[in-house]
Design a protein around this ligand. Structure first.
Ligand SMILES: [Zn+2]
Length: 167
């Protein structure tokens, strides 16, 4: 017998009823506290689960997301917690991937600038024509942009050579 049950067993009927009422009130208070806490967590999950804020619908006390079609107000709490964890993880790795893409774009730009400098040096020297067209070895948009600039420079030089007869 637990301490509380033994204590209740030693009471007379009225004392026992009062004690049961007290315990019931305490249970109601704890349940309300749990519900408040759960509501707060559901709101937190709703706001921070990884979908854009523009996809969230929160009018009339609703906690819905139009992108992942999750109802943060009605889905069972345990399911919601697991689902939110998975979605946050996916959003974080997406962000890391975007970071990596940006980094490789930047290093392509740096490499491209180095190649441009190389080209400038070569163009300034006597062997500028012998140097030939420079090809950007880095793939992606940054590489393509730089290649277009380099091709335009090559065309201008070819025009100048043609116009002046310079070799
Ligand atoms: Zn969502």
């Amino acid at each position: 017998m637990s301490g509380i049950v033994r204590a209740i067993a030693s009471l007379n009927y009225n004392e026992m009823r009062r004690e049961v009422e007290t315990l019931r009130a305490e249970v109601r208070r704890l349940e309300a506290e749990r519900d408040d806490y759960e509501r707060e967590l559901r709101q937190g999950f709703w706001v921070n689960h990884g979908c854009p804020v523009s996809a969230l619908y929160g009018d009339d006390g609703e906690l819905q997301c139009g992108q992942c079609r999750t109802d943060f107000k009605r889905e069972p709490f345990a399911d919601l917690r697991a689902k939110t964890f998975t979605m946050r993880l996916a959003a974080t790795s997406e962000a890391l991937k975007a970071d990596k893409q940006e980094q490789s774009r930047l290093s392509a730009l740096v490499a491209g600038v180095q190649q441009l400098e190389q080209l400038r040096q070569a163009r300034l020297s006597a062997e500028r024509v012998a140097f030939g067209p420079v090809k950007i070895v880095h793939a992606g948009r940054a590489g393509a942009e730089l290649q277009a600039v380099l091709d335009a420079v090559d065309r201008l030089i070819a025009l100048r050579i043609a116009a002046t007869g310079e070799k």
